[in-house]
Design a binder for this molecule. Structure first.
Ligand SMILES: [Zn+2]
Length: 466
């Protein structure tokens, strides 16, 4: 009996202890969540670079444990709150009993206009953007979890100013010209837009960062009626389009027929395929040739655009480009029809000059510059690309050997290798072209000392170092 009583007393004691423990655990959990400072993380769909007439902020908040219940944006200028907006989000039911579950991440996204259009009091200068988010957690003594992000941004209400410094330009289709212009401070990007092509500008000299030079082109395949415009963008997202005077002369390029033979394709295609592991065997020699002539040609063109990003912000040369003494076997932008067994099987445009001389003739650098590539380059075989600055580069293809490597500084006339027939070549020659921002342009202009003088030198003379 006494034993039993003892047991029941013991049982009651354990029960009380258990209850106290449970209460203690609940209390600790409650205090922990109530004193928690964890809050949602602010996220930006696109980080704004500045505030302008019309700026849209796409901002959001993310929380792994709780619901995001509100977002607020505050714009502060010179210590004054000039704009304040808030947005409430309907939360999912708060399943407090599922305290162990993290649940799906709660994300709230909000598009808020914060430009001068909605904030008439906004002035040019700088502004502070404060974004706060609240969650429905019990944190901060039941006021909810809080996240914050602060951005210091420039405010530019007027778009960049553009002043054109050159008069009437004359551009031949497939060729280039140079325009000089001045932009207002705060402009971070400017250049010439011709259809889908954008040619960036460069400072005319280091001490005049706002006076810009831009070599631009009407690519061989851009219609002469396509407008060319100056574009300037500032750090606040404003954009200005400006016209300048120019005339485009359409050009009729040559047409050419190339008769494909089994012997020729069998000589050139397998070496190219073996050095281009990305190309798949298409099942026949002709199909493989067409893959090289089409797909690989496009891949190579994209690589040339990549190389153009490694360019010096100033011209590295001061004299006209030199042409290797040789016979011209093909011209720039020849339209080629490929015939096989009496059928037209392909059409491509030949974007350079084919220069032929003696076998393995020395190949000279057309001008001073830096080698940005020396290696196997698809249809061009063994090729060298030299950077001459401001997006201007020269390409030498089908070489048998190299005398330079990437990173080498070369002088005008320096031998960079020897001609050959690597890549898509029917005989020993050099495929030469000039590239502007990776786009092939007519090299004949750059070989012409009169053209260089009129189009480039005369315009840049006033800015030459004293
Ligand atoms: Zn060629």
């Amino acid at each position: 009996m006494s034993n039993l009583q003892g047991k029941s007393r013991n049982g009651a004691g354990w029960g009380v202890t258990f209850l106290v423990l449970v209460l203690l655990v609940v209390l600790v959990a409650l205090v922990r969540s109530a004193t928690s400072r964890e809050g949602p993380t602010i996220i930006f769909k696109k980080l704004p670079k500045g505030l302008s007439q019309r700026t849209e902020l796409v901002v959001g908040a993310q929380d792994e444990k709780h619901n995001v219940k509100a977002l607020a944006v505050e714009v502060v200028q010179e210590g004054q709150v000039v704009h304040q907006v808030a947005m409430a989000f309907s939360a999912r039911p708060h399943r407090w009993w599922k305290f162990w579950s993290r649940g799906p991440v709660s994300t709230a996204i909000w598009t808020v206009p914060v430009g001068h259009e909605v904030i008439p009091g906004l002035k040019d200068g700088r502004a502070t953007l404060r974004i706060t988010a609240l969650s429905d957690s019990w944190g901060r003594f039941f006021r909810g979890g809080r996240g914050e992000a602060v951005l210091e941004l420039p405010v530019r209400l007027a778009p960049p100013q553009v002043e054109v410094l050159t008069s009437q330009l004359h551009i031949h289709q497939g060729g280039c010209d140079l325009v000089l212009f001045k932009v207002s401070p705060g402009t971070i990007e400017s250049g010439v837009e011709v259809g889908d092509f954008f040619f960036p500008s460069w400072p005319v000299k280091q001490s005049l960062p706002e006076t810009r030079l831009c070599v631009f082109a009407y690519a061989y395949n851009v219609d002469a009626s396509t407008p060319a415009r100056l574009v300037a963008r500032d750090d606040a997202g404003n954009e200005t389009l400006a016209n300048f005077t120019y005339q485009v002369f359409p050009k009729n390029f040559h047409s050419d027929t190339i008769t494909l033979t089994h012997e020729f394709m069998n000589r050139v295609v397998p070496p190219i395929m073996s050095q281009t592991p990305d190309l798949r065997d298409q099942g026949s020699l002709l199909k493989n040739f067409l893959e090289v002539n089409g797909q690989l040609r496009e891949i190579d063109a994209r690589l040339l655009v990549e190389f153009s990003k490694h360019t010096s912000p100033t011209f590295r040369w001061s004299e006209p480009f030199i042409r290797i003494p040789s016979k011209t076997e093909a011209n720039f932008a020849d339209h080629r029809t490929y015939m096989y067994n009496g059928q037209a099987v392909d059409h491509q445009t030949h974007l350079g000059f084919d220069l032929a001389g003696v076998e393995h003739m020395p190949v000279a650098a057309a001008n001073d510059g830096e080698v940005v590539f020396a290696g196997f380059l698809g249809i061009f075989g063994n090729a060298v690309v030299i950077d001459h600055g401001c997006g201007l580069q020269s390409l030498y293809g089908h070489m048998s050997s190299f005398a330079v490597k990437a990173g080498d500084q070369v002088r005008r006339g320096q031998v960079i290798g020897r001609s050959g027939q690597t890549g898509l070549a029917a005989g020993d020659h050099v495929h030469f072209t000039i590239l502007l921002d990776g786009i092939p342009v007519n090299p004949a202009e750059w070989w012409d000392s009169h053209w260089i003088h009129e189009r480039i030198e005369v315009k840049l003379q006033p800015y030459a170092q004293p």
